[in-house]
Design a protein around this ligand. Structure first.
Ligand code: 3PG
Ligand code: MG
Length: 396
């Protein structure tokens, strides 16, 4: 990586302002943290700074509170969880800027850790407002961006604050960029990429950019319907993105021209309605009933996927294979997750809901690398520059 990291700068005893991505999934009913892997992923940087007796000021967003304070999106429970994990007091400030916050920061001792309240309680954060960025910058002497999951956003705390403080990458951000960067630069072949999830439009950039690097593309999830339709198959009531049909057709053509095996489902699970009591039926993709929609990939498809994966030396996966929130439509996603866990290949999983599946199934230890970035990893693999990375100091 051509950016300076926290290891390239003197942090000893300094007030270090660290942007982390503590945007963790919360239980809708209780508000409890359902997966704390984003917190755990930030520990190497936090511990590195504690060891160097820095004063560590952490900041993050949580959810999309739209510029206003709300109890639902408070970071207070995150301070508590981090404190348990670190076995150390984490001071929490009920705002992220202002004189009271500055007072709390001024009373910090070497090695102390403090977490600021949700950055997105201020409209200036998402607007990339300079006054807000300066108010944050006043808190620290050095800025560290470790929020890979938010690096694709040009917000005040990710891309604007870097104008006011010496700015370097954290150890998680560095690891993400190196690991995902190697997928594009030097993957071991055969390289198989699996894409799922609802929309083709979300994945066009990454599909186009990865096409000439992979040997095989496996497509599942809701987005498969658009590809199948582009092949002139009838997909019943499945959602087809009519403005992505052209690009799906182009991708199929591009794959043929570059000798990439683009594998679409050969059988799917279909149902009339998507709800907790619905029962699906497996049908071949050329026999999808007109009044039914695709909710998962079928066993025949999983067999083909397995054969491709067993040959692979590098695998990247992003996006569930079906409506995995409903247990009877989660089978394809879960079997695929277990398949990945059993491979000898280097396996990399893109963040968001795919990472959540891996974590909930307890498979993270069997995967080479689970990215903490959903949108960020897709944009990066799509060849885009991430604003939160670009704005950091270049390595000398
Ligand atoms: C994410 O989880 O996608 C990141 O934390 C960024 O959040 P956002 O999509 O609300 O900008
Ligand atoms: Mg997002």
């Amino acid at each position: 990586m051509n950016k300076m990291t926290v290891k390239d700068i003197d942090v000893t005893g300094k007030r270090v302002l660290v942007r982390v991505d503590f945007n963790v999934p919360l239980d809708a009913a209780t508000g409890a943290i359902t997966d704390d892997s984003r917190i755990r992923a930030s520990l190497p940087t936090i511990k590195y700074l504690i060891e160097r007796r820095a004063r560590i000021i952490l900041m993050s967003h949580l959810g999309r509170p739209e510029g206003k304070p709300s109890k639902e999106f408070s970071l207070a429970p995150l301070a508590e969880r981090l404190s348990q994990i670190l076995e150390k007091t984490v001071v929490f400030t009920p705002d992220c800027i202002g004189p009271n916050v500055e007072k709390s920061v001024a009373s910090m001792k070497a090695g102390d850790v403090l977490l600021l309240e949700n950055l997105r309680f201020h409209a200036g954060e998402e607007k990339g407002d300079e006054t807000f960025a300066r108010a944050l910058a006043r808190l620290g002497e050095v800025y560290v961006n470790d929020a890979f999951g938010t690096a694709h956003r040009a917000h005040a705390s990710t891309a604007i604050i870097t104008k006011y403080l010496p700015s370097v990458a954290g150890l998680l951000l560095e690891k993400e960029i190196i690991t995902l960067g190697n997928l594009l630069k030097a993957p071991e072949h055969p390289f198989v990429s699996i894409f799922g999830g609802a929309k083709v439009s979300d994945k066009v950039g990454v599909l186009k950019n990865i096409m000439n690097k992979v040997d095989c593309l496996l497509i599942g999830g809701g987005m498969a319907a658009t590809f199948l339709r582009a092949m002139s198959l009838e997909v019943g009531t499945s959602v087809v993105e009519s403005n992505s049909l052209g690009v799906a057709g182009e991708l199929i053509k591009q794959a043929k021209e570059s000798s990439v095996r683009l594998v679409l489902p050969v059988d799917v699970l279909v149902t009339k309605l998507i709800n907790r009591t619905a029962v699906g039926k497996v049908v071949p993709v050329d026999a999808i009933p007109g009044d039914q929609q695709i909710v998962d990939i079928g066993p025949g498809t999983l067999d083909i996927f397995r054969k491709e994966l067993e040959k692979a030396r590098t695998v990247f996966w992003n996006g569930p294979m079906g409506v995995h929130e409903i247990p009877q439509f989660a089978r394809g996603t879960e079997i695929l997750a277990r398949m990945l866990g059993g491979l000898k290949a280097k396996t990399i999983v893109g963040g968001g809901s795919t990472a959540e599946v891996i974590e909930t199934m307890g498979l993270a230890g069997k995967i080479t690398f689970v990215s903490t970035g959903g949108g960020a990893s897709l944009e990066f693999l799509g060849g885009k520059q991430l604003p939160g990375v670009v704005s950091l100091l270049d390595k000398k």
